[in-house]
Design a binder for this molecule. Structure first.
Ligand code: GDP
Length: 365
C-alpha cells in the first residue's frame, strides 16, 4: 500500500499531529485493531459522496476507504553523513511514496526551537538539504563511471550522463530533483535511481490555536506558501493541538466545534485529502443494499486491477465492470433510473477507472 511519511524538525508538532492521526484511526469503528506498527497511523478518507450514496441507497452498512501515514523518526541534522539514527531517518524516507513535511509557524516561548527561532523556511531547507546531500551521494559514483563511458561515445552512457550531470548540478545547488523536468524516457531512468528528492511533498504549516480561522494573518504561513509555490507544492494549515482535541469529539460535537473556530473542515481532514491526491490515489464505490463502500485505487489502474483491490478472485475472474459515474447516479436518483437514462455502461478489461465511478464487478469464480 502507498504511504506518506511525516517528517519535520524536533518540536514542530509532529508527534501531536501524528497522535491525532492514530487516534482518529483508533476511534473509527472500521479500523479498531490496526495499531500493530506504532509508527503507522490509519486514516479514513473523508468523502461527502459516500454520505450522499448512503442517503440514496440506504444500505445496512457504509464503509469509507483508508490509507496510512508513517511517522518518520530519527535525527535529521547530519543524517546524510550517515550517523546512526540519521541513517535510519533516510532509509525510512526511502520507503514512503510521498512526504508530509511539518513546519512550525506557531510562537510559544515555552517551547524551544532547535535553531533558536521560529523560521519555517529555515526548517524546510534544513531537511531538504539532508535529502539533497543523500541523493548527491547516491548518484556520485555512478556519475563518475558513466562520464568515462560517455566520453567513449557509448550511446547508453551518453543518455545517462546527460541526466546524471543535470541532477548533480541541481543537487550541488542545494535543489531537489523534483525541480527538474524530464521527458518520459528520462523519467524512467530517474525512477530506478530511487532518489529521495523526487518524492512529492506537501507542507503542513502548524499554527497557533487562535490562528486557524485566519491563517493569512500569520506572516510565516505566507512565507511557507511562497516557498511551496516555487516547488508547485501544496500547503495545508493546521493547529496540531486543536486537531488532537477534535479527534476526541463525535461527529456532532466536531461540527459545532469547527463552527466555533470559524472553519468548515478540520485541518486533519484537509491534510488527509490532499495527501491522498498527492499519492496519486482516487476512489471508486461499490453500492449495494448490504453495503455502500469506498475503495482506493491508483489513478491509471484498469478495471480488473481495481476489482483486485476488493479481492484477488475478482481480478482473476474479471468479466465486466458495470459502471455508472457518481454524478450521473445522483442526477438520476436511483440505479434503475440511471440505467434507463443509458448512464450505466458495461466496461471491459481495458477500462481506466475514474475517480467517482460506482462499479458492480461481474466475475467468474
Ligand atoms: P515534535 O517534536 O515535532 O514531535 O513536536 P511535538 O508534537 O512533541 O510538539 C512539541 C511541543 O509543541 C509540545 O509541547 C506540543 O504540545 C507543542 N505544540 C504542538 N503543536 C502545537 C500548536 O499547534 N500550538 C501550540 N501552542 N503548541 C503546540
Amino acid at each position: 500500500a502507498l504511504t506518506a511519511g511525516i517528517v519535520g524538525l524536533p518540536n514542530v508538532g509532529k508527534s501531536t499531529l501524528f497522535n491525532a492521526i492514530t487516534q482518529a484511526g483508533a476511534e473509527s469503528a472500521n479500523y479498531p485493531f490496526c495499531t500493530i506498527d506504532p509508527n503507522v497511523g490509519i486514516v479514513e478518507v473523508p468523502d461527502e459522496r459516500l454520505q450522499k450514496l448512503t442517503e440514496l441507497i440506504q444500505p445496512k452498512k457504509t464503509v469509507p476507504t483508508a490509507f496510512e501515514f508513517t511517522d518518520i523518526a530519527g535525527i535529521v541534522k547530519g543524517a546524510s553523513k550517515g550517523e546512526g539514527l540519521g541513517n535510519k531517518f533516510l532509509s525510512h524516507i526511502r520507503q514512503v511514496d510521498a512526504i508530509t513535511h511539518v513546519v512550525r509557524c506557531f510562537e510559544d516561548g515555552n517551547i524551544t526551537h532547535v535553531s533558536g527561532k521560529v523560521d519555517p523556511i529555515d526548517d524546510i531547507e534544513t531537511i531538504n538539504l539532508e535529502l539533497v546531500l543523500a541523493d548527491l551521494e547516491t548518484i556520485e559514483k555512478r556519475a563518475a563511471r558513466v562520464e568515462k563511458l560517455a566520453r567513449q561515445k557509448d550511446k547508453e552512457a551518453v543518455f545517462e550522463h546527460e541526466i546524471l550531470s543535470k541532477l548533480k548540478e541541481t543537487f550541488e545547488n542545494g535543489q531537489p530533483a523534483r525541480a527538474l523536468e524530464f521527458n518520459e524516457e528520462q523519467q524512467k531512468y530517474v525512477k530506478q535511481l530511487h532518489l529521495l528528492t523526487t518524492k512529492p511533498v506537501l507542507y503542513v504549516a502548524n499554527v497557533a490555536e487562535d490562528e486557524v480561522a485566519d491563517a493569512s494573518a500569520n506572516p510565516l504561513v505566507q512565507k511557507v506558501k511562497d516557498f511551496a509555490a516555487n516547488e508547485n507544492a501544496e500547503v495545508i494549515v493546521v493547529c496540531a493541538k486543536i486537531e488532537s482535541e477534535i479527534v476526541e469529539l463525535d461527529a456532532e460535537e466536531k461540527e459545532m466545534f469547527l463552527e466555533e473556530l470559524g472553519i468548515t473542515e478540520s485541518g486533519l481532514d484537509q491534510l488527509i485529502r490532499a495527501t491522498y491526491e498527492l499519492l496519486g490515489l482516487a476512489t471508486y464505490f461499490t453500492a449495494g443494499v448490504q453495503e455502500v463502500r469506498a475503495w482506493t485505487f491508483r489513478l491509471g489502474m484498469k478495471a480488473p486491477q481495481c476489482a483486485g483491490v476488493i479481492h484477488t478472485d475478482f481480478e482473476r475472474g474479471f468479466i465486466r465492470a458495470e459502471t455508472v459515474h457518481y454524478e450521473d447516479l445522483v442526477a438520476a436518483g436511483t440505479m434503475g433510473a440511471a440505467r434507463e437514462a443509458g448512464k450505466v455502461r458495461l466496461e471491459g478489461k481495458e477500462y481506466l477507472v475514474k475517480d467517482g465511478d460506482v462499479i458492480h464487478f461481474r466475475f467468474n469464480v
